[in-house]
Design a protein around this ligand. Structure first.
Ligand SMILES: [Zn+2]
Length: 412
């Protein structure tokens, strides 16, 4: 089946795909796999990948976002000029603070069109009220994906140029760069191709950034750390799952939560690790008033892709529900013996990943079962880590599973 045919088939199967998002490379094969993942999860909009970036939705379904938007007294959104199937309207970068020096969140992908837009924002909406102070004191990188870090060299060059033209005889104090560290792990060859940040950092001219006390380029962000641009508080919340280094930022003055790619402005996000992702969503939810913590309440979300989310906590709760619905389906299936083993003794009854996919996606074309298997694998991995199911052997989609307990209940 040709790409276009399958694309149309996917859309027929799930009109909700218009608002669904995919993650993947720009290669069509990966796009296809991830796109179909979205479809095969149907209403759960459950997308999975271990790959670099991000999203997909027909552009016509997207809300228009201006290049520069003053969202509040302390938040200016600057669009990264990288619209596309995988980035929706493009990556949202944010200037935070009531005056300069601002904190900039993310640097977008590195498209040359972004620099004049950011320059314009810094000369108009974010015009420095303190000309003898830099425009930007700190840059926070939300996570390692290339559409968030690729603009770092050109953004840093712009900031120095703005300073030099304004204060030609005063030494420049370049911004600090902050990121939550990635835990040590094996990076696949395919993923490494997209992991461009180490190369970018290695090539940065030293006069463009202020190094950490350790001498490293990056200052290490930690959970609960507070940064304070003028008139504003930013509290770091480590929210791994989309990637292991993903952070969110709580902005109490706006009753807002910056969510990076963990929760998006349209559709739903993808993740590397379902267990971590659900824990992070719950962490974000508990931050809000649902758990009675009025000290850290919020209403709205500032995502890295798409518009501001008005009903922040409700949206996060829906994200969690979508994932748990699928988990319950898997557990319910494992609680009974697969049809092909009926008649055998209980000890022989077992489900393979592929059996589960075939059963849960029975009403979908077989061409969608393979991409669906990736999502199911992530659910099974989470349940295994929780000790709720056991791997009995096999490889790949033929891994066999059974319940440790045959009482299916949802879990977080
Ligand atoms: Zn991302």
């Amino acid at each position: 089946m040709k790409w276009r045919q399958l694309h149309l088939l996917c859309r027929r199967l799930n009109t909700g795909i218009n608002r669904s998002l995919c993650v993947g490379y720009s290669k069509r094969t990966s796009v296809l796999r991830n796109y179909c993942s979205a479809v095969s999860e149907n209403n759960t909009h459950h997308l999975n990948t271990t790959r670099a970036e991000t999203l997909s939705a027909p552009m016509a379904a997207l809300e228009e976002i201006a290049n520069v938007t003053k969202i509040s007294d302390r938040v200016i959104r600057v669009l990264g000029q990288n619209p596309g199937k995988f980035t929706l309207q493009g990556t949202n970068t944010y200037l935070i603070g009531t005056s300069n020096p601002y904190i900039l969140i993310d640097t977008a992908e590195g498209r040359e069109e972004f620099i004049p837009v950011l320059r314009n924002a810094l000369l108009t909406e974010a015009k420095p009220s303190n000309p003898i102070l830099p425009d930007v004191s700190d840059i926070i990188i939300s996570h390692w994906h290339h559409d968030h870090v690729g603009g770092l060299p050109t953004v840093l060059a712009l900031l120095k140029q703005l300073w030099t033209s304004r204060n030609p005889s005063t030494p420049y104090s370049p911004p600090r760069l902050h990121k939550h560290p990635l835990p040590p792990r094996v990076v696949s060859e395919e993923e490494a191709k997209w992991h461009i940040l180490p190369k970018i950092l290695a090539a940065l001219p030293e006069d463009l950034y202020t190094a950490a006390p350790s001498g490293e380029v990056l200052h290490v962000l930690a959970d609960s750390q507070v940064l304070e641009p003028p008139g504003t508080t930013l509290r770091v919340i480590h929210t791994p799952g989309h990637t292991r280094d993903s952070i969110s930022l709580y902005i109490p003055q706006d009753r807002a939560l910056y969510t990076a790619d963990t929760v998006l402005g349209q559709g739903t996000a993808v993740f590397e690790d379902l267990g971590l992702y659900l824990k992070s969503l719950n962490k974000m939810l508990k931050l809000g008033g649902l758990e009675g913590d009025k000290e850290s309440d919020y209403d709205i979300l500032y995502p890295s892709h798409g518009p501001v989310v008005a009903k922040g906590q409700e949206t996060i709760a829906n994200y969690i529900k979508h994932r748990l619905d699928r988990e319950v389906q898997v557990l319910q299936l494992l609680a009974v013996l697969p049809e092909q083993t009926q008649g055998l003794s209980d000890s022989q009854g077992q489900w393979t990943t592929w059996d589960i996919v075939k059963k849960l996606y029975a009403s979908y074309p077989e061409s969608l079962w393979l991409p669906a298997a990736r999502g199911i694998e992530l659910h099974l991995k989470k349940l295994e880590e929780e000790g709720r199911i056991r791997k009995l052997g096999g490889e790949g989609k033929d891994v066999a599973w059974r319940l440790v307990s045959r009482t299916p209940t949802p879990s977080l």
